[in-house]
Write a protein that binds this ligand. Sequence first.
Ligand code: GLU
Length: 249
Amino acid sequence: MSEDLSRARRLVVKIGSALLVDQESGAVRRDWLNALADDINHLRSTGTEILVVSSGAIAVGRRHLGLMQKSIRLEEKQAAAACGQIQLAHAYQEALARHGISVAQILLTLGDTEERRRHLNARSTIVQLLTMGAVPVVNENDTVATTEIRFGDNDRLAARVAAMISADTLVLLSDIDELYERDPRQDPNADHIARAPSHHVSRREPVELFKKGDPHLGEAQRVLVGDLAAVGREARGEVVPVHEAERLL
Ligand code: GLU
């Protein structure tokens, strides 16, 4: 794994809330984040540019606003995201400052990746930051995104951003055992895909991969795979979704 990643020239790594935020207390897992920062520092020293797409704003903000009930309304999620995002950004800044690395916050909606002018603006800012040696930390702009806020959107956002900046590698860090070649509910022998070989991402037609236990199984997942296919085409690189991996290296 580490050997593969140090070959990457431009790497996008997506961090899921479950890894970054303690689910009981809603606090950022500082030790885990420091370990991630160490890995980022190591990879950068081998010449890899790194962009982070991070979830966790809602999970962190809920605790601060006392929204501990199981389900919360959209407006409450947006408020929680606004409150949590600033703390999330601060946590990344602290963790990467230990290595003298600058952090830059970018909040995007999927729409920003679709509309040409906004797409080009976002791309040139991100590329500028990478050129200047900063680590952009991207999240969805949850205060203006509405129907989009739900688990899994940052997977799509990460795939879009990877395509936008012509990243050659995308890593989805998650605690969830996610991708299967066939629907594991229909076929218990379906192969788990730990790494999508390039043929999965270089075809014109999206390959159907299935996410175990995903209530949105189907359309959303196909969109993600479609995006991954776009990354493969644009970057002509290998897309490496890593699941059940808690660390980059
Ligand atoms: N943008 C959401 C947050 O930061 C997470 C969305 C996702 O996990 O896909 O809390």
